[in-house]
Write a protein that binds this ligand. Structure first.
Ligand SMILES: [Zn+2]
Length: 246
């Protein structure tokens, strides 16, 4: 069984005042038995294109362990957004796009957000969307129209509503078969309920920050999932959605 962290960051964040080094990221993976991580710049990265290059370099140095996700503010010229996403996916092998509703102050229903979903459709990759803190943009329900308009684009709701809006994330997943839930920062009972109510093959583990890797695995243990549910949650769902082959 391969363990995949579907939500990790590298570099500096001016929005949330955070910084994660490659050493911290890899050490947290090694200590906690994480085989692979999907890594993206923070929304407050001073130079996201440079972080995309850093992630690609890290992936090359650690084959099969690091997969990139594009995280760029969509409040720019749509052609410039597409060009950088295309470079990351076609040249650097990135596996997804991030829409950061609070970090980039973007409403999923807006025109600039449409660029993100259209780019994902064109490049054949999933979109991960931040949910929870930062409402109303971060409300999971804003993704229902997008999921229905882009039925072939897998949409991963990061933080699955962040406990407060987890019921709403469940409603979205129930209404839209192309929606998946990443569960960083949830309580054990939220995780257990989502796995049982939505199905483990649509729920994936993510940690967000190196210091949250160990607590996330404790939450998984506390949720007392079956071995088959754990197999999906800890890696098989993310591998399928992001087309990661070991
Ligand atoms: Zn994050």
């Amino acid at each position: 069984m391969k363990v995949i962290d579907a939500h990790a960051h590298l570099g500096r964040c001016r929005v949330f005042d955070l910084e994660v080094s490659a050493h911290e990221l890899l050490a947290a993976m090694d200590i906690n038995g994480i085989d692979a991580a999907i890594v993206m710049p923070f929304p407050g990265a001073p130079d996201p294109r440079k972080v995309h290059d850093d992630i690609a370099e890290l992936a090359q140095a650690h084959p099969g362990r690091i997969y990139g996700m594009v995280n760029l503010s969509p409040h720019c010229d749509p052609d410039a957004y597409f060009k950088e996403a295309e470079r990351c996916v076609r040249d650097l092998g990135f596996v997804g796009l991030k829409l950061h509703t609070i970090g980039h102050a973007i409403n999923p229903l807006s025109q600039d957000a449409a660029t993100v979903f259209e780019t994902a459709k064109e490049l054949g990759i999933p979109v991960m969307v931040h949910s929870g803190p930062g409402t109303p943009f971060a409300l999971p329900s804003h993704l229902i129209p997008r999921a229905k308009d882009f039925p072939n684009v897998p949409i991963v709701i990061a933080h699955a509503g962040f406990t407060l809006y987890t019921g709403e994330a469940y409603v979205v997943a129930r209404e839209c078969p192309n929606v998946y839930l990443e569960t960083s920062w949830l309580f054990p009972d939220d995780l257990r309920w989502l796995v049982r109510a939505v199905g483990a093959e649509r729920i994936m583990m993510g940690t967000d920050l190196p210091r949250n890797v160990a607590p996330t695995l404790v939450v998984c243990e506390a949720a007392a999932l079956t071995p088959e549910e754990k197999r999906w949650y800890l890696g098989a769902t993310a591998a399928r959605v992001f087309k990661i082959r070991f």
